[in-house]
Design a protein around this ligand. Structure first.
Ligand SMILES: *Cc1c(COP(=O)(O)O)cnc(C)c1O
Length: 379
């Protein structure tokens, strides 16, 4: 709920979500392990917690930080997909949703299955084509965007789209790839931001968590209440220990994100110069289709990039030839990971067979480069 326009993200991440400063108080909120709370006779008193699904002080501390970073008010969930489901729950049977033609596979699959069950119309768009997005949004009930997209790294013009659609249609951005440190869609008029806290917020590959951030304005009060009610009623609540670990993680998130995206830009430039790499997809590169737009609308270019190698076999040999990088899915952690995306049968055919997505961590960039380079040299 907090709004601290005068404090910078590094400061917000460290200073919010703390117990009141009284002598003898701990600096950190503890994990509150409680399924039930002492009862009140007046159950209508909204401030009283009764049961573990109603709320938890450890979630609240994390939500104070995430809300401030995203310039809205946050609700944490059991996972990114639980948060995404709560938003999709708002779309009535027969409704129309706009979805990126290439986006996070879990979201695409969930929308597809619900569309069949509830008679939704799904309009897919290239998020980088602003005109196409606005045309598809006409008469739709929900516009779901992702930028940069997974794993093709296409960049949407979020300021233009947010300004054009505000108040006309419910709008959502999956901001997992960028994180609130790199872009804040609520500031551009989007209604809801979805984030998989499993990635940059947690940052250590040891938990699953999700978050929704909703615009702070009064006209979004009902939406916030609806989403909180879905979390409560569906039981998609975060675990206390997960919330506590994520709160520990978010303290260093600005440092981690900055280090990782600096290294990602260095690696992108060097990879682009290697003869075994036919294409590097990262908006830091001057000839990337998303470069000018990302430079104008994002605080940095993010720490995910993709490279195109000749074919699936070449990509597998490249992965096997590296020792420091870990072959694993997911992203946004301290350790660098990579994967050939088409190893997943559900991955879209527009993604090349030889595409490898890299999630750059916080190891020394020269060590990361040496590992990649020696494997590329052997292809
Ligand atoms: C990981 C991810 C999700 C899903 O989050 P979980 O925490 O794994 O449920 C959604 N969107 C994007 C872009 C992701 O990377």
């Amino acid at each position: 709920m907090s709004s601290h326009p005068d404090l910078r993200p590094e400061t917000l991440a460290v200073s919010l979500g703390r117990p009141p400063r009284t002598p003898g108080a701990p600096l950190n909120v503890s994990p509150v392990m409680a399924s039930t709370y002492v009862g009140a006779h007046d159950t209508a008193a909204a401030t009283t917690l009764g049961y573990g699904r109603d709320g938890n002080d450890t979630w609240t501390a994390l939500e104070d930080v995430l809300g401030a970073l995203g310039r809205g008010r946050a609700l944490t969930f059991a996972s990114g997909m639980a948060a995404a489901s709560a938003v999709l729950e708002q779309l009535a049977p027969g409704g129309t949703i706009v979805l990126p033609s290439s986006c996070y596979l879990g979201v695409a699959a969930l929308v597809q299955s619900r569309a069949e069950k509830f008679g939704w119309t799904v309009r897919t768009v290239d998020v980088a084509d602003t005109e196409a997005v606005l045309t598809a949004a006409d008469g739709a009930d929900l516009v779901w965007l992702e930028s940069p997209t997974n794993p093709l790294m296409e960049v949407a013009d979020l300021p233009a789209i947010g300004a054009a659609l505000r108040g006309r249609v419910r709008t959502v951005v999956d901001n997992t790839f960028a994180s609130a440190l790199v872009q804040r869609p609520l500031e551009h008029g989007f209604d809801v931001v979805v984030e998989s806290g499993t990635k940059f917020v947690g940052g250590h590959s040891d938990l699953l968590l999700g978050a929704l951030t909703v615009r702070p304005d009064a006209d979004a009060d009902d939406l916030f209440a609806d989403l909180a009610a879905v979390r409560h009623d569906s039981g998609a609540i975060p675990g206390t220990m997960e919330a506590w670990l994520a709160l520990r993680g978010v303290r260093t998130m600005p440092l981690r994100v900055r280090a990782a995206q600096d290294s990602a830009a260095t690696l992108a430039a060097r990879l682009a110069g290697h003869p075994a790499v036919s294409r590097v997809r990262h908006p830091s590169l001057p000839d990337d289709p998303g470069h000018a737009r990302a430079a104008a609308t994002m605080d940095g270019f993010g720490s995910l990039l993709s490279i195109d190698l000749a074919d699936a076999g070449t990509a597998e040999r490249f992965i096997d030839g590296c020792a420091l990088w870990t072959h694993a899915t997911s992203l946004g952690s301290v350790e660098s990971t990579f994967e050939r995306r088409r190893r997943w049968s559900a991955e879209l055919p527009v993604v090349p067979e030889g595409l490898v997505r890299l999630s750059v961590g916080v190891e020394h960039v020269e060590d990361l480069w040496r590992d990649l380079e020696q494997s590329l040299d052997q292809l």
